[in-house]
Write a protein that binds this ligand. Structure first.
Ligand SMILES: Nc1ncnc2c1ncn2[C@@H]1O[C@H](COP(=O)(O)OP(=O)(O)O)[C@@H](O)[C@H]1O
Ligand SMILES: [Mg+2]
Length: 333
C-alpha cells in the first residue's frame, strides 16, 4: 500500500455562514512539490492551517505523513514544517535568536540547536547576517530566514503559504531556487500556495486550482495548458457589433476549437494559431470587418484559470496590494 504524504478526504471548513473550504479531497505523494493556486480568499491558507493542525476542520479527514490531523496532531507537527503567509519573525531578535527560539519550542538540545542553525542558515545563504537584528533584513532575507526556521527540525513535509508574497521579481526568482533545491536535493516534500501563476508554473509538479473553497481542476501545468486545446488568439475589432459578426463566421473555421466574446474583443483558441490567423483575417475581410489588433500566444495558467472559473486572476492589480500588505506586516509589532 502506498502511503501518501497527504491524504485528505472531504475536508470542509466553515466560518459562521461562510464555507471557506468546501469538501476538498486530494492526495499528495511523497517527494512532490505540489501547488495550491488560487486568488485571494480561495481557501488556500485555510487548507494549510487545517493540514498543519492550526485549525480544526468542520468535517472531513486528513492523514499527514501517516498521522491523523484530528486524533494525532502532535505526531503530525513533528513531521511538518510551516512557513506562514505573513511574517512571523521577531524583528527585534537576530536571525540566529529567531532560529534558536524555534529550536527550543521543539525541545532541541543546545548542541543540536547550534548544529541545525548553522546547517539551515547555510542552506539559505544567510550565515554572515545571522547575528544582525531581523529588522535590518530585506524582505527576501526575512523570507529565507523563515524557510530556514521551517527546516530546523528536519521535517519530511514543508508547507509554504505564499512564499514570495509581495517580493520583487528578482528576489522571487532567488526564493524559487531554494525551494526547488530543497525539494530536489534534500528530498523534502512540499506543498505551497500561491496566487502567482508563474510561480506555480515554474515550481510545481502538480497543481490544484482552488476557487471558492473547491478544486476547479488538478493536474501538471503542462497537462492543464494542453487541455485548453491550443494557442490563444485575441482580436480587437472597432465595435461590439462587428465583433459579434466576426464571432459568427469564425465559429465555422476548422482550426478554431473555442471562441468567446468580451465587448469588441474576440478570444479564439485554435489548434495552430499561426495557421488560424490568416483564415480569421480572410474571413474578416470578406465580411468587411475591420481588425484593430491581433495577438497570438501560447496558453498560460492564467488562461487555465479563466477557462475553469470564468474569471481572471488579475495579477498586476494584486501585486501592488501584496507589496503594501507585506510592508504593513513587516512593520507591525
Ligand atoms: N478565521 C476566520 N474567520 C472568518 N473567516 C475567515 C477566517 N479565515 C479565513 N476566512 C475567510 O475564508 C475565506 C478563505 O480565506 P483564506 O483561506 O485565507 O484564503 P486564501 O489563503 O486563498 O487567500 C475568505 O473568504 C476569508 O475571508
Ligand atoms: Mg492565504
Amino acid at each position: 500500500m502506498t502511503e501518501y504524504a497527504i491524504d485528505m478526504q472531504n475536508l470542509t471548513k466553515k466560518f459562521n455562514g461562510l464555507t471557506a473550504v468546501d469538501d476538498v479531497s486530494l492526495t499528495v505523494e511523497k517527494g512532490e512539490l505540489f501547488g495550491l493556486l488560487g486568488p485571494n480568499g480561495a481557501g488556500k491558507t485555510t487548507i494549510i492551517n487545517m493540514l498543519s493542525t492550526m485549525l480544526k476542520p468542520t468535517s472531513g479527514v486528513a492523514i499527514v505523513w501517516g498521522s491523523d490531523i484530528s486524533s494525532d496532531p502532535t505526531k503530525v507537527r513533528r513531521s511538518i514544517g510551516v512557513v506562514f503567509q505573513g511574517n512571523t519573525l521577531d524583528d527585534k531578535l537576530t536571525g540566529r535568536e529567531n532560529l534558536d527560539l524555534h529550536g527550543r519550542l521543539y525541545g532541541m538540545s543546545k548542541n543540536l540547536r547550534r548544529e541545525r542553525i548553522m546547517e539551515v542558515l547555510e542552506l539559505v545563504e544567510l550565515p554572515e547576517r545571522a547575528d544582525e537584528i531581523v529588522k535590518t533584513y530585506s524582505g527576501g532575507m526575512m523570507r529565507r530566514l523563515e524557510i530556514a526556521r521551517g527546516l530546523m527540525h528536519h521535517p519530511n513535509l514543508l508547507f509554504l503559504d505564499e512564499p514570495t508574497l509581495g517580493l520583487d521579481p528578482q528576489t522571487r526568482n532567488h526564493i524559487w531556487d531554494y525551494i526547488k533545491r530543497l525539494n530536489q536535493e534534500k528530498k523534502i516534500t512540499m506543498v505551497l500556495t500561491t496566487h502567482y501563476m508563474e510561480e506555480a508554473d515554474s515550481l510545481c509538479g502538480r497543481i490544484a486550482i482552488i476557487d471558492h473553497g473547491k478544486i476547479a481542476t488538478l493536474a501538471t501545468p503542462t497537462e492543464l495548458k494542453a487541455e485548453l486545446g491550443g494557442d490563444i488568439i485575441t482580436l480587437a475589432t472597432a465595435t461590439e457589433d462587428s465583433a459579434a459578426q466576426l464571432l459568427k463566421v469564425c465559429k465555422e473555421l476548422e482550426l478554431v476549437t473555442d471562441i468567446s466574446l468580451s465587448g469588441s474583443t474576440i478570444r479564439i483558441t485554435a489548434t495552430s494559431g499561426e495557421r488560424a490567423i490568416p483564415q480569421v483575417l480572410n474571413a474578416a475581410t470578406k465580411e468587411d470587418i475591420q481588425i484593430e489588433s491581433v495577438n497570438l500566444r501560447k496558453p498560460t495558467l492564467d488562461d487555465v484559470f479563466l477557462y475553469h472559473t470564468g474569471r481572471a486572476i488579475r495579477e498586476s492589480n494584486v501585486d501592488e496590494m501584496d507589496r503594501m500588505r507585506f510592508m504593513m506586516q513587516s512593520h507591525r509589532k
